[in-house]
Write a protein that binds this ligand. Sequence first.
Ligand SMILES: O=C(O)CCC(=O)N[C@@H](CCC(=O)O)C(=O)O
Ligand code: ZN
Length: 342
Amino acid sequence: MTQTHKLADFLALSREHPRYLAPLECELPHGTRAEVWDTGVLCLEPASPGERDLVISCGIHGNETAPIELCEALLKRLIAGSLLCRQRVLFIFGNLAGMNAGRRELDENMNRLFSGAHAQGERITQERKRAALLESYVTRFFSARGNSERLHYDLHTAIRPSQREKFAVYPFLHGAAYSASQLAFLQASGINTVLLAHAPTSTFSYFSARRFNAHAFTLELGKVMPFGKNDLTRLTELAGCLEALISDPAWQPPALQPAQLEVFGISQEIFKQSEHFRLAFASNVSNFTSFTQGDLLATDEQQHWHVKASQEAVVFPNADVAPGHRAALMVVPLPLADLPLG
Ligand SMILES: O=C(O)CCC(=O)N[C@@H](CCC(=O)O)C(=O)O
Ligand SMILES: [Zn+2]
């Protein structure tokens, strides 16, 4: 079997080797180099790349399958040559063992292990080893040249249904301006809700934003479903924008439509302290459900959390996280006019 044939189903090959895949290289149609850096990690480099360096990651949580299927389809077209690759692109399928087990994580949440968090404490877990390797691959990719526009879209789906099906988490920028052209890209991708992080985190998108000054986002693209059960037509706009980014260096999204964009800030973050933690609302409450001031949100032994602002909506409520981890975010609408835009 030729190297190119081996890559024809790179996701299947990676899932067959969830811990390690020996590096391999080959040339694709139109002179694009394809380099396997590890299992689930594939770098595409055209002979004369445009000025964007693009990381597309998915499956950091193993059971978030819609983005994995989207990336698999995109990659297959690039490898076959039916979609032209004209930018450097790094594809990352994150937690292959988690995918094989149909689980979000095996030992711990990989998306809390970046920016060096994988090296804190004594634990050695599969997710820690993988997060350390993924950091090194992103570093290698972005460090290969200095004058590119760096982009990283980390694709996820949410555990609960959402009143806003798709939304982006914009990592904390330490006071820098938010990118109007990136917000326009999100809109063109069918994402009209943006949640602004209020502090540094140990997520993958924050790592790329902070370390490499990349335009980086966590994109929430619907609800978690098993492989084969996703309606990928709901992601057509995002797929089209990623294709355009990869295949047309001159492509720009249509101008931002401010009236259509809904921006939220974080009013409070609820952290689980112990196994006594309980959410005070039903397990079927969806993301972006609103609560009124004073409503009880959660308890943990003597500690109680209530709605503080006149109205707050809940995002990512999850009582099953490990103690010490975020169990919910409370968010409030922010006028776009109040944001520094660049
Ligand atoms: O639905 C949920 O409760 C979690 C969905 C998810 O995995 N979200 C990401 C968001 C990362 C970020 O804040 O940038 C996560 O929790 O890792
Ligand atoms: Zn996720």
